[in-house]
Design a protein around this ligand. Structure first.
Ligand code: SF4
Ligand code: SF4
Length: 533
């Protein structure tokens, strides 16, 4: 049949339409590993049990009550949501999404709702409400974009998280997120990578670096015997590096970039299978798992006695770690830093140098929501890209930095069965990429990378998707073509020089102490000013 529709082959011209996507429900066995207290009750009991959970959460989280009581229906948030823009479904307007929660709140927890019922939009909790919640609170990626348009700062993401937790407590959750969280608790990371494969993958990265660059970098671990298959994290290393596990499996170039940065800087770093996952899916659904997953890394950092934990490219991982670690898991004996902050400082101090001519593609940058609105990490990655690529261009400022659009797959929604919704939600981000004709989209988050590679294909854009570190790894100048640059070796630790006054020391620690005190600079900068001899 003849195709008369000129728009049919242009995915950007397809009109928004509601999505029928819903997540596959979690089977009971995936609830068993959760740290959240759940009750696998019958369908008939779920509404009442959900109300009990709702009451508990309302008592714990005052902010949710405030959000229930403040919306004036001004409409300022309506067009801020990528899922509303992609589906035109009124329930995907942020205020309507919150209304799904608010109507139950009014009916059961407000005097006016109890007295006036439907006249004030109150509606009782029942199984059809729970079905609606399941669909629409899993049509929100908790990106918080709506919150910056709301004059009262109503944060729909928090309401979504509360609704998801209430549902989980009565046995309603997604197979995707529950399975992932179970893998973290049982095996140690989202992808279920066992310890042998973890170290093997790191050795694979080392071979790749050797084959492609002729550079020999050290394994960020130790082996008692060279023939041992499994290495161990280095006790007493300066730095513990924690990437998302996807970097050891799918985004190998991101991991290689990080390893080259540490190598070129002569950093004393280690990695550990017990801290092999930066991502924290607890953030997407419940506080108990959020805290427990975070604690795994804190405990490992303390066991190893590291001075610093550096996180890799993952938006929600960084938000979860930066914002809750100290508050929820006690006194820390280490500092926290993002790999972008660390790399920016290394470049500024001349500890690593880059050859921009290696990166000639037109590069643009996607701001993951959890960097931009969840943790204020906006500038180091821009500084790095400006130093790394010849042609770095920003997208429309209405769609970047704090205004960034979600990739469409965040918030625990990167499931195959939500593909229709995910692609509809990715449209605003794809439009912004198209508008600058980018050849490389730096998307520094494991979830964003996975989602945006599919979105670029869906919207027929010839744009490569990767990380910021991937580019650094390609542009970095390695001056010492062997691993002797690594100050983790005992030899190099013995002879260290302060780069500010040229004074020599017998150990790295002595040098760092001297630099910090004598030159009155911060501990972080002091670390960078000690050069192995
Ligand atoms: S948090 Fe993001 S996905 Fe959720 S309603 Fe607001 S804009 Fe939409
Ligand atoms: S912007 Fe805020 S107050 Fe206005 S409709 Fe949206 S949530 Fe309600």
């Amino acid at each position: 049949m003849k195709n008369d529709d000129p728009n049919e082959n242009n995915p950007f011209k397809i009109s928004p339409s509601p999505s029928t996507s819903t997540p596959f429900p979690s089977p009971p066995e995936f609830f068993k590993e959760l740290k959240l207290k759940t009750e696998m009750v019958s369908d008939a009991e779920k509404p009442n049990k959900a109300l009990e959970a709702m009451e508990e959460i309302l008592n714990e989280r005052q902010s949710i009550r405030v959000y229930m009581d403040t919306c004036t229906k001004c409409g300022a948030c309506a067009e801020s949501c990528h899922y509303y823009l992609g589906t035109n479904d009124p329930n995907n307007m942020p205020a309507h999404r919150v209304d799904l929660f608010r109507k139950v709140y009014k009916k059961h927890f407000s005097i006016e709702g109890k007295l006036l019922g439907p006249l004030v939009g109150a509606e009782k909790m029942d199984s059809s409400v729970l079905e609606e919640w399941y669909k629409y609170f899993y049509s929100c990626s908790e990106c918080r974009r709506c919150s910056i348009f709301c004059p009262f700062g109503i944060d729909t993401a928090e309401v979504t998280m509360a609704a998801r937790e209430i549902m989980l407590r009565v046995g309603i959750g997604t197979k995707y997120a529950n399975e992932i969280i179970s893998k973290v608790h049982k095996i140690g990371n989202n992808l279920g990578i066992p310890e042998l494969a973890f170290w093997s993958n790191l050795e694979f990265c080392i071979e790749e670096i050797r084959d492609t660059m002729g550079v020999s970098v050290n394994l960020p671990g130790t082996k008692k015997n060279p023939t041992d298959e499994i290495a161990q994290a280095k006790i007493g290393a300066e730095i513990l590096y924690v990437p998302p596990s996807a970097d050891l499996f799918v985004n190998i170039d991101t991991q290689i970039g990080a390893m080259l940065i540490f190598h070129a800087a002569g950093a004393d770093y280690t990695m550990s299978h017990s801290a092999s996952e930066a991502a924290n899916f607890g953030l997407f659904q419940d506080y108990a798992d959020l805290k427990a997953i975070n604690k795994r890394i804190v405990d490992e950092a303390h066991r190893l006695g590291v001075k610093k934990v550096i996180f890799g490219e993952c938006g929600h991982a960084w938000r979860a770690f930066k914002n809750i670690t100290e508050k929820w898991n006690g006194q820390l004996n280490f500092e926290i830093e993002h790999i972008f902050q660390y790399t920016e400082r290394l470049i500024q101090l001349g500890k690593i140098s880059l050859d921009k001519t290696q990166i000639t593609q037109l590069v643009t940058l996607h701001d993951p929501c959890n960097y931009a609105r969840g943790s204020g990490l906006l500038d180091p990655q821009r500084y790095i890209l400006n130093q790394t690529a010849t042609n770095f261009i920003e997208m429309d400022p209405k769609k970047t930095r704090e205004n960034t659009f979600c990739c469409g797959g965040g918030g625990g929604m990167l499931m195959d069965e939500l593909m229709d919704l995910r692609m509809k939600g990715a449209k605003p981000r794809a439009e912004a990429v198209r508008d600058v004709n980018a050849e490389y989209l730096a998307a520094p988050c494991a979830i964003c990378k996975a989602q945006l590679r599919l979105a670029m294909d869906h919207y027929k854009l010839n744009t490569e998707v990767g990380g910021v570190l991937d580019l650094v790894g390609k542009a970095i100048k390695i001056t010492k073509m062997d691993a002797s640059n690594d100050i983790s070796s005992k030899e190099s630790k013995k002879k260290t020089k302060c780069s500010l006054c040229e004074k020599e020391f017998q150990s790295y620690d002595e040098c760092a102490n001297h630099t910090e005190k004598s030159h009155e600079i911060s501990k972080n900068q002091a670390d960078m000013c000690c050069e192995p001899q």
